[in-house]
Design a protein around this ligand. Sequence first.
Ligand code: CS2
Ligand code: MG
Length: 417
Amino acid sequence: MSVHTEPNRHSSRHDREIVEARVIVTCPGRNFVTLKIVTRSGIYGLGDATLNGRELAVAAYLQDHVVPNLIGRDAGRIEDLWQFLYRGAYWRRGPVTMTAIAAVDVALWDILGKMAGMPLYQLLGGRSREGALVYAHANGRDIAEASDEVGMYLERGFLAVRAQCGVPGVKKAYGISTPGKPYEPAESELPAETVWNTPRYLETAPRLFEQLRADHGNAVELLHDVHHRLTPIEAARLARDLEPYRLFWLEDATPAEHQAAFELIRQHSVTPLAVGEVFNSIWDCKHLIERQLIDYIRTTIVHGGGITHIRRLADFAGLHQVRTGFHGATDLSPVTMGAALHFDTWVPNFGIQEYMFHGEEILAVFPHDYAFRAGRLHVGDTPGHGVDIDEALAAKYPYTPKQLPVARLEDGGMWDW
Ligand code: CS2
Ligand code: MG
């Protein structure tokens, strides 16, 4: 019997040639940088290149140093282009470089999916699950308000909720929204200055989770983000104090530049730990993973060199029973959310996905096919990652400078925000 297979009409080198790559900056409520790569066949791919508060640095890196290297190349050589931009640049790693590389990489995977007529999860190896468990953000000025918001998300079908609440005596704590508005940290052109008080926080956080378990029971998965503001021994104490409330995870308990600092937390507590939204490569978490000092790795596609690198990171984490828990704040565009969800649908060692919803204006600029049902996000079967950009609409929202806040201690000394 002879088997005849039609050659893919996009398989020629000529069709795959990159003829154009452009950087699109838009601010439909918050700034996003998107890279659009176009091939000779007319098929294009999109990659997110947004680095909150430093957007134009990545835009310039792409525009001035990456785009000229893409024109004329074969969009099908995803691995080779990744190596070219990483090894070939000589200056390796760092958030600006790795975000720029990610934008190229995700756009090329998107093109590959469109050429193959397949959704991205299929190219990665196919479905491992029906949907990706997600967690929402609940917050409140005090414990009672935060608990009400957890209840609201449970009514909307969420199975996992991150909870943050105001700290008595601290004027503007991380994670707490302005009343009536969704939580959005980068609100001003220059960084807002906030004041931090560790002892007050260490008293409040366990009381918050005691109340949440009393109000909502044990079935809901609860998460909490320390946002890098404790020293290792303080983090160890908080992790221990939270043990009775069985958190899904405690995030960024202490800054992780010094990875071995997490050994101290592990020695004192069995609260699961998550780290990594500010990491950019495997090298930032190699010790944390090899020594099983964390349970979840949060580095996601846009800030970690794209699918090509995050796939290696996830495989390495899997060897050490570390699961993924990708960053998904609103400063990551729907393009990253789409790509991350395809990854989540495939990756064997999936844990959870952060889901902090984008507003209507943003969703109109980025048409997408993922949808929330019963506590999980589900990707569609559109070829590629399933997220597009309406360039005419994007052009109506010019870039607006905004930076993240900073934090100081009460004596004025700088602290981690
Ligand atoms: C946060 C983010 O989502 C999270 O866990 O830590 O809100 C983070 O502050 C922002 O992404 C910074 O741009
Ligand atoms: Mg975080």
